[in-house]
Design a protein around this ligand. Structure first.
Ligand SMILES: [Zn+2]
Ligand SMILES: [Zn+2]
Length: 156
């Protein structure tokens, strides 16, 4: 898996079932991601640990009609939703490879924010901003040289 390659095996995947019911906004039928982040903010014992919640529910913010994910800048917690990454939603045809690519890009992107990265101007870089699925597909699946060295700096 790309994620494991990128972080040299320093990744632990666990079955974490957060109770996100209080983040649900019934008038929108979506979950407000910042409420979830706020709730689990102090869940890490190790201050160097980054935790990413992967969810299948549709996420939004009070001002954005949907988001693929959100992360604390220079923090410990991120969240990614797979809800809008399924190709069925756009073309009606499932595409497992494309879905996995999108998911990996979103995970790397939000983790990048945890490592202090801002949006990158380089379209080849996974830290390029994306608010629609076409932009997710257009951007590359890896950190550019500049972003990679910033992460390394953050880890020192
Ligand atoms: Zn971002
Ligand atoms: Zn970059």
């Amino acid at each position: 898996m790309l994620l494991l390659d990128t972080f040299r095996g320093g990744v632990h995947i666990s079955d974490f079932n957060p109770d996100i019911s209080d983040a649900f906004a019934p008038e929108r039928g979506q979950y407000i991601s910042s409420r979830i982040l706020l709730k689990y903010l102090n869940h890490s014992k190790d201050s160097r640990e980054k935790k990413l919640i992967l969810t299948s529910v549709d996420l939004a913010t009070p001002v954005l009609s949907y988001i693929f994910g959100e992360a604390q800048l220079n923090g410990h917690l991120a969240i990614v939703s797979s809800f809008r990454l399924h190709e069925e939603l756009y073309s009606g045809e499932p595409n497992r490879d494309l879905y996995e690519q999108r998911l990996q890009k979103e995970v790397l992107h939000e983790l990048g924010h945890n490592f202090g990265l801002l949006h990158c101007k380089d379209w080849e870089c996974v830290m390029h901003s994306s608010s629609i699925i076409e932009e997710v597909d257009l951007r590359g699946g890896y950190y550019c040289k500049k972003c990679r060295s910033a992460i390394r700096h953050h880890l020192c």
